[in-house]
Design a protein around this ligand. Structure first.
Ligand SMILES: Nc1ncnc2c1ncn2[C@@H]1O[C@H](COP(=O)(O)OP(=O)(O)O)[C@@H](O)[C@H]1O
Ligand SMILES: [Mg+2]
Length: 140
């Protein structure tokens, strides 16, 4: 039914469930999986440029570890997967990557790592649901 599935991961438990669902679907429909982690450069006011750059490098290193873990997991589940590391605004990058990769399904968790308790959808998942041109699966 789907041929290329994009899943957004941020290191949260909910994103892990999103990945599991995406991998399951990919296997069932013999689709390929793109696992994307977006590093969002933090807003640092009044810091030296070098301090901000160092912070971004730490976040990139963490994102690489998250992606390596998922690559391994996909392998274990016998699912064809590629990983993508990108920088920018997560929802915007997820939508752009879905387009560039010709994904026909986008999978995200309902919540992520940050945010306010009690909210049904995080800001990234709600922006993806609102703006995606292809179907979106939101995993709780
Ligand atoms: N930086 C990111 N890179 C890739 N996917 C992300 C990123 N941030 C969030 N997502 C996806 O969006 C889902 C919801 O996260 P989000 O909307 O950020 O909620 P919260 O406000 O609780 O952090 C996550 O489970 C994940 O699938
Ligand atoms: Mg978040």
């Amino acid at each position: 039914m789907f041929s290329r599935i994009l899943v957004g991961v941020d290191g949260s438990e909910c994103a892990r469930r999103a990945f599991d669902a995406a991998a399951e679907l990919a296997r069932a429909s013999n689709a390929s999986l793109v696992v994307l982690c977006v590093v969002q450069p933090p807003m640092l006011v009044g810091q030296r440029k070098e301090t901000a750059a160092r912070f971004v490098r730490i976040l990139e290193r963490e994102a690489k570890m998250i992606l390596a873990d998922y690559a391994h997991e996909a392998d274990r589940k016998d699912v064809k997967a590629e990983t993508r590391l990108a920088k920018g605004h997560p929802a915007k990058v997820i939508l752009e990557t879905a387009h560039a990769e010709e994904a026909d399904l986008v999978v995200v968790g309902s919540r992520g790592r940050g945010g306010v308790k009690g909210m049904l959808l995080g800001s990234v998942s709600s922006a993806v649901v609102q703006n995606s041109k292809v179907p979106v699966l939101v995993v709780k």
